[in-house]
Design a protein around this ligand. Structure first.
Ligand SMILES: [Fe+2]
Ligand SMILES: [Fe+2]
Length: 398
């Protein structure tokens, strides 16, 4: 049975939640604590999957509670439930929580959020990796990009569009900004797909606070991580995102899908960055070996880590609440035929763009053994579109 723990010192919460959730979630075992210390006591004896905590509590605030939960039970999904006006509280927990929801909470949204956490578990079966990912707060970016964004934000005259453009080139900043803006805390009906739109939505003050005060982003330490390898992943990701966007546009996809194709392309190999940042030596050797031998990278990843970079990346962005279409595109970008969705959307554009972006124009070889799935294209009757897409790839290469 799925076990969910709610922590809030509001006396009416237990009745209120059991009333709204009890009717729709028969298979959940819902527990309540009205303060942090009691919640920690309960966690010693109960195997809880998801914790949903208020931020402002008298005995121990949500930040302290979630910090301890992250240390002791890294795999537990951490959701912040807070009053919408309490913007500062959200900023304080931006490193700690996987998702946010505002009060009064919408039962359906909360239910979807929690159920999604269980679906994601089936996507990444390796528990050790799930723990590692659940502890991640943010991604360090390229040092030069970080320096650029800091400089822009220090200048009071900087237009918000310039900030959005720099963020849209950075995988780490993009995924974190999208986590925030897509959260139910902001209560927006339509999901914001692109980072430039997200920056406008959050406003420059929030972005300044995140970058300059909270120090959420940083440039990675060059000593521990092979710089050329990270730069390679960044270059390839941006290339894939740009090409996926061009393909989506050429296929007359809806404007939101075009933006999703860009996002999914930018984030599709995020799992590689998770591994590079957490196990630089180990994963670096693996990448080098697959390049030297021209082996499919997933086979080696599966053999060594028991999971592929698609699964790792999709798990992280799913946990952080990004839209399903992007999670799907990341999860199936190498093997789109395995995806249950039966339309050619962001996933299709990313699959094609990725295959083309991996091709080495000098040798004509495929540098990561990534193959275009003709079966997938045939499914949608799109094989005759290939020439047009190749032209787009050549244009973007130039
Ligand atoms: Fe990939
Ligand atoms: Fe790729």
């Amino acid at each position: 049975m799925r076990k969910i723990l709610f922590v809030d010192d509001e006396p009416n919460l237990p009745q209120e939640l059991s009333r709204i959730l009890g009717a729709i979630c028969n298979d959940w075992d819902i527990k309540y604590s009205n303060n942090g210390p009691d919640a920690l006591d309960l966690l010693e004896s109960e195997n809880v999957d998801v914790i949903v905590s208020e931020m402002r509590m008298s005995a121990m605030d949500g930040k302290e509670l979630l910090t301890q939960v992250r240390e002791k039970y890294p795999e537990m999904v951490r959701i912040v439930l807070s009053a919408f006006s309490d913007h500062k509280a959200i900023m304080r927990t931006v490193r700690l929580a996987h998702q946010y929801i505002s009060k009064p909470c919408d039962a359906e949204i909360l239910k979807t959020m929690i159920e999604r956490a269980f679906v994601l578990k089936t996507l990444l079966k390796n528990q050790k990796l799930r723990r590692l990912i659940s502890r991640m707060e943010a991604f360090p970016g390229l040092p030069a990009t970080y320096a650029r964004i800091t400089e822009l934000l220090h200048d009071p005259e900087t237009p918000i569009q310039s900030v959005g453009k720099v963020i849209a080139e950075d995988i780490g900043m993009t995924v974190k900004i999208l986590q925030l803006v897509n959260s139910a805390y902001y209560g927006i009906a339509r999901r914001v797909a692109g980072p430039e739109e997200a920056v406008v939505f959050l406003g420059l003050d929030t972005i300044r606070a995140l970058v300059l005060t909270i120090g959420l982003f940083s440039g990675f330490e060059e000593s521990g991580i092979p710089k050329a390898m990270v730069e390679d992943i960044y270059r390839h990701s941006l290339k894939t995102g740009t090409l996926a966007k061009a393909i989506a546009t050429k296929e007359n996809m809806h404007k939101d899908q075009v933006e999703e194709a860009f996002m999914a392309g930018l984030l599709h190999d995020l799992g590689k960055l998770v591994m590079v940042h957490n196990m630089p030596d180990h994963y670096g050797q693996l990448l080098q070996a697959t390049l030297d031998k021209n082996l499919p990278i997933q086979d080696t990843e599966m053999e060594i880590f028991g999971a592929t970079h698609e699964q790792i990346g999709a798990y992280l962005i799913g946990l952080w609440g990004l839209p399903d279409s992007i999670v799907e595109a990341v999860a199936f970008h190498h093997f789109p035929c395995q995806c249950p969705t039966a339309v050619f959307d962001a996933l299709g554009a990313v699959h094609v763009a990725d295959a083309m972006a991996h091709v080495n124009p000098q040798s004509g070889g495929d540098t990561h053994g990534h193959r275009l799935s003709m079966e997938y294209l045939e499914r949608f009757g799109l094989t005759d579109h290939l020439d047009g897409w190749i032209d787009l790839a050549l244009e973007s290469h130039e």
